[in-house]
Design a protein around this ligand. Structure first.
Ligand SMILES: CC(C)(COP(=O)(O)OP(=O)(O)OC[C@H]1O[C@@H](n2cnc3c(N)ncnc32)[C@H](O)[C@@H]1OP(=O)(O)O)[C@@H](O)C(=O)NCCC(=O)NCCS
Length: 201
């Protein structure tokens, strides 16, 4: 989502030069046809049970390694934050962060936001494990961080998203964010970003 070097330049390695925009979810149902096109073929479902319950809890440096590993599964193509970046973020007093936990105790989602010096809230990253996507986990994480920003008297939330990340853009639009600016070549691979804003008033 966010290119952290642009936010905290002295703290980050080149790996974290750019705020990120991950790939949109590739969740899709297994085809209910066999290789000859017959319908009704039983397909083994190996994902989490549909009734899986998710708890949203604070994310702290105590979960550093777990969130770092999950981030690498969410942000492929070299866009994942380094462990140092997470350590910096999760020990900063300006950070608000949450994790989503599945019933088995595994972390399946996370969100990190910064209270910026101009008193805007900045969502720097959000990710959900591929097998838990399209279950409203990200929506709940976004609502939770907005509540957290609200408690810090923040009235505007901003985030960056890749111009090609249609899934994430849809998530944010659903929640009331609007695109206010295109950020040419914002990402390390030369891709454009979009700046999205929401007023919490
Ligand atoms: C983007 C991401 C966080 C969404 O997580 P999620 O838990 O699957 O999202 P939700 O289930 O809360 O989605 C809520 C709504 O947002 C929209 N949405 C989310 N992902 C979408 C996708 N891939 N395609 C289209 N719409 C999508 C839909 O309207 C969805 O509602 P629906 O499932 O009823 O259609 C997840 O796909 C992810 O981790 N992607 C990789 C990292 C990334 O891109 N992060 C964002 C960087 S800016």
């Amino acid at each position: 989502m966010a290119v952290l070097k642009k936010i905290r330049s002295r703290l980050f390695s080149t790996q974290d030069t750019l705020l990120r925009g991950g790939k949109s979810a590739a969740a899709g149902a297994s085809p209910a046809r066999d290789h000859e096109g017959r319908r009704g073929v039983a397909v083994a479902y190996t994902g989490p049970p549909p009734e899986t319950h998710y708890d949203i809890r604070p994310l702290s440096v105590a979960q550093l390694d777990e969130v770092w590993r999950l981030d690498q599964r969410c942000f492929i193509d070299g866009e994942a934050y380094s462990r140092d970046t997470f350590e910096y973020l999760l020990t900063s007093p300006e950070v608000i962060a949450y994790r989503a936990m599945a019933s088995d105790g595994a972390m399946v989602g996370f969100i990190v936001g910064l209270v910026e010096p101009d008193q805007t809230g900045h969502v720097t990253t959000i990710g959900v494990a591929p097998e838990h996507r399209r279950r409203r986990v990200a929506e709940r994480l976004m609502q939770k961080i907005e509540d957290g920003f609200g408690r810090r008297q923040i009235s505007t939330v901003r985030l960056e998203v890749r111009s090609v990340n249609a899934g994430a853009q849809q998530l944010y639009k659903n929640l009331g964010y609007t695109v206010t600016q295109r950020l040419p070549r914002y990402y390390s691979n030369g891709g454009d970003g979009l700046l999205m804003l929401k007023s919490l008033d």
